[in-house]
Write a protein of this length. Structure first.
Length: 317
C-alpha cells in the first residue's frame, strides 16, 4: 500500500504486503477490511456467464444478508433482464438495486458466487431482490432516506474497472459493501464497458465519455447538507476515470469538493505520469483528498493494458 501526500509518492518493487484492517481505517474510515480491496485488485471481473441474474427473485433463506445500493450510470438502457448494456447512453440514468448475499457458512469473503442458472439459489448464490430503474427525483429520495440512517453520514462511491458488464459491477459492489461491513451509503457509478477483454480501446474511451457525468454526481452528493464525508473506491481502468474527474473538478471549481476525503486506487490501470499530473492539478495537499494505492502483480486487466501499448502503467508497489 502507498499513501500519497505528494503525487504518487515513492514506488517500491516486491510482493504486495499484508495489511491490517486499521491500515484502511486510517485512510478510509468507511472501509474496515483490506481483504475486500485485495480481492478487487486480483481480478478483472466476476466472470459471470449466466445472463438475467438481475431479474428479481423474492426467495430468501435464514442467514442471507441484503445489500441495497443506488446506481448511477452512463450506459444505455436495454431489456429488463440486463437493465443496461455496454453502449453509451445519452444521459445519466439511475437504478435502485438490492442484492442478497448467501449466509456466511456458504461463502468465502472476497468472492462473488454467481448463479449457475436463473433464478439463483439464495442459499448459495448472489441473487437480486429488487432492480428498479428510477428517475432523478426518486434517486434523490432514496439517497436522502439512506444517508440519514448512516453513522457519520458517509457515502462510498465505487467505480469499476475494465471488462465489466452491468451485472458484474452490481454484484462486485454488493460483495465489497457486505464483506467490508462498511457503515456507508453505497453508490455505484458504472460506465459503458463492453464486458469483453477484446474491447480495451472502447472501454478506455468510455471512461473519458463518462467524466462529466461522474463530476455532476459527485458534486450533487457533496452539496447535500446531510452528507458528512465521501470516499471513492476505484478499480483498474476506473482509476483513470476517478483521477481525471477529480482533476477536472479541481480546475473547474478551484478545488476538489471538500467532502471527498479519501480515494482508494485498487490495481490502477493508469499511466504514472498522467496520474502524477492529475493529482498535482488538484492543488496543494491540504486541498485534495488522501490517496491510497493497492497493487497486485497478478492483475490480468493490467496485463492486457501492457499488451495494448499503453505506456508506463502503475503496476508494482
Amino acid at each position: 500500500m502507498a499513501r500519497y501526500g505528494s503525487p504518487l509518492g515513492e514506488m517500491h518493487s516486491g510482493r504486495l504486503p499484508v495489511f491490517r484492517a486499521d491500515d484502511i481505517v486510517r485512510f478510509c474510515s468507511c472501509l474496515r477490511s483490506v481483504a475486500v480491496v485485495l480481492a478487487l485488485a486480483t481480478c478483472v471481473v466476476a466472470c459471470g456467464s449466466v445472463r438475467g441474474v438481475l431479474v428479481p427473485n423474492d426467495q430468501t433463506v435464514p442467514g442471507a444478508r441484503r445489500v441495497d445500493m443506488l446506481v448511477a450510470t452512463t450506459r444505455e438502457r436495454t431489456n429488463s433482464a440486463e437493465m443496461f448494456s455496454g453502449a453509451r447512453g445519452q444521459a445519466l440514468a439511475f437504478a435502485s438495486i438490492a442484492v442478497s448475499i448467501p449466509p456466511a457458512s456458504a461463502r468465502q469473503v472476497g468472492e462473488v458466487q454467481w448463479p449457475r442458472q436463473v433464478p439463483g439459489n439464495p442459499a448459495t448464490d448472489f441473487v437480486t431482490l429488487k432492480a428498479d430503474v428510477v428517475d432523478r427525483s426518486e434517486a434523490l429520495s432514496w439517497f436522502q432516506r439512506k444517508v440519514r440512517g448512516v453513522p457519520r453520514r458517509q457515502v462510498l462511491v465505487f467505480i469499476h474497472g475494465f471488462n465489466n458488464r452491468f451485472d458484474d459491477a452490481v454484484f462486485r459492489f454488493a460483495q465489497v459493501v457486505h464483506d467490508s461491513d462498511a457503515p456507508v451509503v453505497p453508490v455505484l457509478f458504472t460506465w459503458p464497458s463492453r464486458g469483453s477483454v477484446l474491447a480495451y480501446g472502447y472501454d478506455r474511451e468510455s471512461t473519458l465519455y463518462s467524466r462529466n457525468a461522474l463530476e455532476k454526481l459527485l458534486n450533487a452528493i457533496a452539496r447535500d447538507p446531510a452528507v458528512g464525508e465521501i470516499s471513492i473506491l476505484a478499480h483498474s481502468m476506473g482509476n483513470s476515470l476517478a483521477l481525471e474527474t477529480l482533476r477536472q473538478m479541481a480546475i473547474r471549481d478551484g478545488r476538489v469538493a471538500p467532502k471527498i476525503r479519501n480515494v482508494l486506487l485498487a490495481a490502477p490501470d493508469v499511466d504514472v505520469d498522467l496520474a502524477k499530473e492529475a493529482i498535482m492539478d488538484m492543488g496543494p495537499k491540504a486541498k485534495r483528498p488522501s490517496f491510497t494505492l493497492f497493487v497486485s502483480q497478478d492483475d490480468r486487466a493490467l496485463a492486457v493494458s501492457r499488451r495494448d501499448g499503453c505506456g508506463q502503467i502503475v503496476t508494482v508497489l
